[in-house]
Design a protein around this ligand. Structure first.
Ligand SMILES: [Zn+2]
Length: 302
């Protein structure tokens, strides 16, 4: 400590400096130290940080029946649906995923996805190491969103408390079969190791600049996320909105516990986002055409 104290000789030289030079030094110090603080606003009232958002496609499921996506759709319609998750890159290296895709061999055998890349590998192709993910926001417990949650070893896993309690019992068993047994056990293990962060309800800003909302009713307590970008807000709807078609025709998703709630949630998403264009559906391949392409299977949402 003592070695760091200024020597008396240096203090004398500082006193001898002309007052103009001292003023200049003070002005520079104020510019560099006080300026940025003032720009961020007063303490306790800082604006939300700005994030960059990307959609990453890790697979395609060919020939999916549109009746499973859009309520009342023509039964002959089929679509190659995009399997995707979302990457949010924030200040100070905070790296957030919305959903985590799937990895289990039995799911790959059953669904036979085309161009499948395990989600952690798909993330690496987007330039992010799996160990760098600090948070994963799980929108709901379906296999294609939750199954990859434990691929990211450093991440805190955010999920609605009611979504967990409704589907998973205290011992990690299945309480409601919307969740697969393996995924229920995995969530239970994450809970036991203290990595599960339970969210209590609607309009919760769980991370500065990222707010989750309920009411989509794709599952019991599915959630979606609004993200503050530079000069705009985007909504990552996940399966609370399967396709742009749901939004554009105001038609509920085919799989919902409450169609009226789902339509209301879709209308709310439009008010939360800066523009309807920035409401991002969960499985629409058009996402990879409507936004700026970063690479073959990555687009930037803005
Ligand atoms: Zn899905």
């Amino acid at each position: 400590m003592k070695a760091n104290l200024p020597q008396s000789g240096r203090r004398h030289r500082a006193v001898a400096l002309p007052s103009l030079v001292v003023s200049l030094i003070l002005w520079l110090a104020l510019s560099f130290v006080v300026g940025p603080v003032a720009a961020r606003g007063s303490l306790g009232a800082q604006p939300a940080p700005e994030w960059e958002a990307f959609a990453i496609r890790y697979a395609t499921i060919p020939g999916f029946r549109v009746t499973g996506l859009v309520a009342g759709a023509d039964t002959t319609r089929r679509m190659d649906i995009a399997m995707m998750f979302w990457l949010l890159r924030g200040p100070n290296g905070r790296t957030v995923l919305v959903d985590a895709g799937f990895k289990r061999a039995d799911l790959i055998d059953r669904w036979k996805p085309a161009h499948y890349l395990r989600p952690d590998s798909a993330l690496q192709q987007a330039g992010v190491q799996p160990s760098a993910v600090t948070d994963v926001i799980i929108t709901h417990v379906h296999w294609d969103h939750v199954d990859g949650a434990d691929l990211f070893p450093s991440a805190r896993i955010w999920i609605q408390r009611d979504e967990v309690d409704y589907h998973v019992d205290a011992a990690g068993g299945v309480r409601n079969r919307a969740i697969d047994a393996t995924d229920a056990a995995m969530l239970h293990a994450l809970r036991s190791s203290g990595r599960l962060a339970m969210v209590d309800g609607d309009a919760q800003e769980i991370i500065p600049g990222i707010t989750v909302f309920t009411g989509g009713k794709h599952t019991f307590q599915s959630q979606y996320a609004a993200v503050r970008l530079a000069g705009a807000t985007a909504v990552i709807a996940s399966d609370n909105l399967y396709l742009y078609e749901n939004l554009e025709r105001r038609v509920p998703i085919a799989q919902t516990l409450d169609a009226a709630s789902n339509v209301a949630a879709q209308a709310r998403m439009v008010t939360l986002a800066s523009s309807p264009r920035l409401v991002v559906p969960g499985h629409d391949p058009l996402v990879f055409w409507r936004f700026e392409r970063v690479s073959a299977d990555v687009v930037r949402i803005r």
